[in-house]
Design a protein around this ligand. Structure first.
Ligand code: NDP
Ligand code: 8X3
Length: 252
């Protein structure tokens, strides 16, 4: 059955790859991110390629009134969201806590934690009204263990871990599925953003082992939406073969 899927952070990485896989499978998509040109061109390409409906929304999830406005103003036929993928997120900087930069901290907490909450706040009532829905929060192995210099990013993903559990419990009575997917290292724009655009430094993160790709993670995300109605994956940690957790990666 055709569903409406809403994906935040759809302009790159996991989000963009997830748009593609849902479109391939015939679903309609609301795609949100800050880079307007990117989501517009992704929307045009996907519409052409897969003949599905795509609604691109320029959105900074940190801006609560903009988030409210965007969902209040959705055309009625787009309000029946079946799956929300809270994917927008970032790491900014990699420093010991004593050297941390306040702007980086605010960026990570505002995006990864508050942004996820703002979007969920708007979509949950739409799902409750339909008596069904599926919220997928993109956590991280960084939300399971803390690594050196990971401090605030790890804290933000531990918050996603806790919020996912909280949502699952609170939404039980409404028949809404809640899933956390916690990936390990995957080569996307993530490290480039973390290192303020330094491509060389970003590349080094993935030296000596085969990391996951955005497509690998998108397949897992898609899979969690294909289970029978009565099943819900609550928490799924996925890494490449060479990675055991946040701390242990086997490099050749
Ligand atoms: P990318 O940098 O490739 O993509 C991040 C996406 O988030 C972009 O589309 C970006 O779009 C969007 N985004 C960032 N800030 C905002 C904002 N304020 N409002 C709206 N959209 C925003 O990274 P990934 O695809 O790797 O990351 C996706 C998620 O996965 C993040 O939550 C990340 O923490 C998590 N993750 C990543 C891992 C990895 O190793 N890559 C591993 C585990 C988890 P735009 O700039 O256009 O707004
Ligand atoms: C991203 C993976 O290991 O850089 O969440 O924290 S890691």
């Amino acid at each position: 059955m055709k569903k409406i899927i809403c994906i935040t952070g759809a302009s790159a990485g996991f989000g963009k790859a997830t748009v593609e896989i849902f479109a391939q499978n015939g679903h309609d998509l609301i795609i949100a991110a800050r880079r307007k040109d990117k989501i517009k061109s992704i929307a045009n390409e996907i519409i052409q390629k897969y003949k599905v409906n795509v609604l691109p929304i320029e959105l900074d999830v940190r801006n609560q009134s903009a988030v409210k406005n965007a969902f209040d103003n959705l055309p009625e036929n787009w309000k029946k969201i079946d799956v929300l993928i809270n994917n927008a997120g970032l790491a900014s900087g990699l420093d010991k806590i004593q050297d941390g930069n306040i702007d980086d901290w605010e960026k990570m907490l505002d995006t990864n934690v508050k942004g996820l909450l703002y979007v969920s706040k708007e979509v949950i009532p739409l799902m409750i009204a339909q008596k069904k829905g599926h919220i997928i929060n993109i956590g991280s192995t960084a939300g399971k263990e803390v690594y050196q210099k990971g401090n605030v990013y790890c804290a933000s993903k531990h918050a996603v871990d806790a919020l996912t559990k909280g949502m699952r419990i609170d939404l039980l009575e409404h028949g809404i599925k809640v899933t956390q997917i916690a990936p390990g290292a995957a080569e996307t724009e993530f490290s480039e953003v973390r290192f303020y655009g330094d491509k060389e430094k970003a590349k080094n993160v993935y030296q000596g082992f085969k990391p996951m790709s955005a497509e690998d993670v998108a397949e897992i995300i898609y899979y969690t939406t294909t289970l029978p109605e009565h099943l819900c994956i609550n928490d799924l940690v996925v890494t490449s073969l060479a990675q055991a957790n946040s701390v242990y990666i086997h490099r050749e």
